[in-house]
Ligand binder design. Structure first.
Ligand code: ARG
Length: 431
């Protein structure tokens, strides 16, 4: 191996490892991303080893110092990031470096680093989603009074305001943030001290290590601690469902920016052209979001599949977990960010929207409800209005604006300002 790296388990197996096996099995190319988190957890572990008298305090100090200098060296061919860290400690400190792994296995080590990473990722995902919401709320506030038809079955249904429509996306994103927060709680338990699966005969102090790492709690069952990937699945599900929401928004952007709808136009800075057709202005970023949402669903399914057949406790299948979760998190952060950019520059054609809302048909339900208020049974009113439409009538009254203004009750388009205030409050509480 380059850098003289040899596997941590070299003592057990005779002769060298076939280099093709290392290439096949390595995870450093993926889990290098855990370096800072693993170093942090290793520092807490070593500090505890020193405190507990498991290693001499001077050695603990030396290892902690050297951990601060660990870097991802170019061309490293270690089996994984954990092996890289230990190799560098031994290269720097000799025998002293070899004390780092007392009472620890890569099984509890990787679970700890990955939980720390997921905790940070939850914060990043929540921030990215909140950023998109902030943009949507700003657009809803600025352009929110414009009228447009709300749709069911992609057929004009009833008039609403643009603000009410944009805010609807925010409520889905609010639920995403709630799910991400729950995933953070799931990740916030320290497995360090569980060892390979059975803990250790050394007098470890997992509770103090957990506290130093800012975990809310310490594992209760050492076998579960190293076998559990629910926290990763929770985050993956939260990220994937968020991608589903972003995909619905993306699909709407594709529809609204089409010539057929003409409700919105992307700023030139985020639209892409055709190599052949000079007139084209394509909503490709929205299509990428829609496509990546599909891939995200596949990744979530893949992770569930990785875990489902595993006997307790750790199995190497679980090494696949990080690539999946890293990609899901990168995707949802990237897509939220790009949609925020798209929405902040989006030009709404409010004339086209209100013309569509003013077609004299979108208010049909409101005409029927006026008859109900005058005492007619609803089914009769429905039939009468339907007959008049079939006969060619188009309704001038109520107008779309009058129809929206007549809506009553919390959550109605007419109570839009209250809704904005509720969203503002939630968003600001996370700042
Ligand atoms: N690279 C491994 C992973 O990501 C670390 C744990 C390895 N443990 C083991 N016993 N081989 O899961």
């Amino acid at each position: 191996m380059a850098d003289g790296a040899s596997p941590l388990w070299g003592g057990r197996l005779a002769g060298g490892l076939d280099p093709r096996v290392l290439v096949f099995s390595e995870s450093l190319s993926v889990d290098a991303r855990l370096l800072a988190h693993d170093v942090r957890a290793s520092i807490a572990h070593v500090r505890m080893l020193g405190r507990q008298g498991i290693i001499p305090p001077g050695d603990a100090d030396a290892i902690i110092g050297a951990l601060g200098d660990v870097v991802l060296d170019a061309g490293a061919t270690d089996e994984d990031v954990h092996s890289l860290i230990e190799r560098q400690l031994v290269a720097r400190l000799g025998e002293v470096g070899k004390r780092v792994h007392a009472g620890r296995s890569r099984n509890d080590q990787v679970a700890t680093a990955f939980r720390l990473w997921c905790r940070d990722a939850c914060d990043d995902v929540a921030a990215a989603i909140t950023g998109l919401e902030t943009t949507l709320v700003a657009r809803a506030r600025a352009d929110g009074d414009a009228l447009l038809p709300g749709y069911t079955h992609v057929q004009r249904a009833q008039p609403i305001t643009l603000g009410h429509h944009l805010a609807a996306h925010c409520w889905a994103l609010e639920r995403d943030v709630t799910r991400v927060a729950a995933a953070r709680v799931a990740a916030d338990i320290s497995p360090l001290g569980a060892g390979a699966l059975a803990g250790s005969s050394l007098p470890l102090d997992p509770i103090s290590v957990a506290a130093e790492l800012g975990f809310a709690a310490t594992f209760v069952n050492s076998v579960d601690a190293v076998a559990d990937r629910d926290f990763a699945i929770d985050l993956s599900y939260a990220a994937t469902l968020s991608m589903v929401h972003l995909s619905r928004m993306a699909e709407e952007l594709v529809l609204w920016t089409s010539q057929e709808f003409g409700f919105a136009e992307l700023p030139d800075s985020v639209a892409q052209g055709s190599s052949m057709m000079p007139q084209k202005k394509n909503p490709q970023i929205a299509e990428h979001v829609r496509g990546r949402s599909a891939v995200s669903i596949g990744r979530l399914t893949a992770l569930l599949g990785v875990v489902k057949g595993l006997p307790l406790a750790y199995n190497s299948d679980m090494q696949e977990d990080k690539e999946i979760v890293f990609a899901l998190v990168d995707t949802v952060v990237g897509c939220s960010t790009i949609l925020a950019i798209a929405y902040s520059g989006l030009r709404f054609d409010t004339d086209r929207m209100s013309a569509a809302a003013g077609d004299g048909l979108v208010v049909a339900t409101d005409v029927a409800e006026a008859l109900v208020r005058a005492g007619m049974p609803f089914r009769e009113a429905h039939e009468q209005v339907a007959r008049r439409i079939a006969a060619g009538e188009r309704f001038l009254s109520p107008t779309a604006a009058e129809a929206v203004a007549a809506r009553v009750g919390a959550g109605s388009p007419a109570r839009f300002r209250e809704q904005l205030a509720a969203l503002d409050e939630r968003i600001l509480s996370r700042r």
